[in-house]
Design a protein around this ligand. Sequence first.
Ligand code: ADP
Ligand code: MG
Length: 238
Amino acid sequence: MTALVLDDVCKAFGKVEVLRNIDLAVEDGEFVVFVGPSGCGKSTLLRVIAGLEDATSGRIAIGGQPVNGVPPAKRGIAMVFQSYALYPHLNVRDNMALGLKQEGAPRTLIAERVAEASRMLELGAYLDRRPAELSGGQRQRVAIGRAIVRQPRLFLFDEPLSNLDASLRMNTRIEIAALHRSLSAAMIYVTHDQTEAMTLADRIVVLRDGRVEQIGTPMELYNNPANRFVAGFLGAPS
Ligand code: ADP
Ligand code: MG
């Protein structure tokens, strides 16, 4: 099954075209990384996939179902942002549980899912704390936990590690790779960090000015960049 299909997706804000004719298929279980310069449309593309923005034209399917016009909560996706977006007045347990509660999931199921996610992310000792009582790395793990408990078929990460310092960034990257192996869900991950892109990706999508410049495995792009722009992003000599 294909987790995501984008067919000729365009997005304009007023007269400004931000996404131009994006075609992409992501397979179940695949880890796809979007890279490209600031302002090239990476976040907008994630938001269009998530349903937080409507595409101006083109078709989007998630798990084989067309989702144009379907609200974010019903798309089978979960999104993790750079800014965590945790609720300050809720403890870790309730922050993780909130999405499932809003979907009307039974309490026992919610408790099971939260326990499982906090085990995976080593958050068990912090369940009663509020976000202000956590480190940046712990907060980001809560944000990831909140996504995991919903068991989405597709995870969307928008530069999730860019607020963390270098050593935490590496640890969290390794955790995300381990999660991907154990969850076998499809993941789309935006980063401007070359190491993250090269180590996490099954395939990398290079975006430039709202278009797909090249798609390939890290090795394909490294060894055969389509042009200097792609080479510049992945650090291969050009
Ligand atoms: P990236 O994540 O790659 O840095 P974005 O997707 O955030 O890029 O932005 C792509 C372009 O779209 C930028 O020029 C940005 O200013 C513009 N943009 C993003 N969101 C909006 C919006 N809500 N209204 C108008 N322009 C927007
Ligand atoms: Mg962005």
